[in-house]
Design a protein around this ligand. Sequence first.
Ligand code: TRP
Ligand code: SF4
Length: 331
Amino acid sequence: MAKQRILSGMQPSGLLHLGNYFGALKNWVELQDDFECFYFIADWHSLTTHYEDPSKIRDYSFNVAVDWLAAGLDPEKSTLFIQSHIPEHAELFLFLSMIVPVPWLERNPTYKEKQDEIKNVDMSSLGFLGYPVLQTADIVLYKAHCVPVGVDQEPHLEISREIVRRFNGIYKKEVFIEPKAKISQTPKLNGLDGRKMSKSYNNAIFLADDEKTLEKKIKSMLTDPQRARRDDPGDPDVCNLFPLHKLYSTPEMQAEVREGCVTAGIGCGDCKKMLNASMLRGMGPHMERRREFAAKPKEVMDILFEGTEKARKVAKETMREAQEAMKFSHL
Ligand code: TRP
Ligand code: SF4
């Protein structure tokens, strides 16, 4: 039986951090063997919030690709590409925008949330309102069955299914497939200061951080605030550091930390040193591979160009089918 097709995208609006890794990228890598995967860098989507200074998007896109490859996305298994290299995404977005009622977009919960969250950018643009329509074009161009995303993207997928039904209904042909969200279980991961890890809070550990930076960041991490003095016992379950031990330390070390913490047998400094050792071991291979790929920009771009070629064939064929169903073009 043919493998089901998976598609997902990431915005290149900054360097990828551990939240992005455990929330998405790690999962993408694992899906590669069981699905036919298309993964792309959603640089047009980044323009919705970075239209005033798009100059960084190019560099971020490159760095996202480097982290993808370093993390194990394999161009032999998955099709990796950049959204803006495939004009069919914009073309389908245009066709879909003709049939999408604006109220569907206005009641999209993430539309309002983002507008409230991001205060320093004017978000009243048509492009921002149409974000889920472009995202729908991304997905349905490849007739993806499943879209691995975080829970926050579920409303977008719901809109995508509504758009698919509307298109297929109006033009009386099942051109597009209704995509399902594949929600990944993500471990709770806070930033250095205890708030959600986010590049805008300046509290993230990046996949691009080197050994020195990692050590500095771990040293600066907020610990159990109740543990003011070395002799005070602490509680790993409220400590900001312990979730990282759970991800990177051996079960033995986790037990040792827990015991040492609740009995004040170890200090937070000791605990941080142990975490640093575990994370160096866990992230070391990524750091190494990242440096290798970053030093070969042409090779990285060639991988994306090859992915573009493969993806574009699929996208073009779907566009042709869509226009045929619409009895629109002469092509
Ligand atoms: N909106 C997604 C995010 O911010 C990125 C994205 C764009 C995407 N197009 C997509 C995800 C298509 C999945 C499928 O995370
Ligand atoms: Fe947190 Fe470790 Fe300090 Fe306990 S010992 S409070 S787990 S940093």
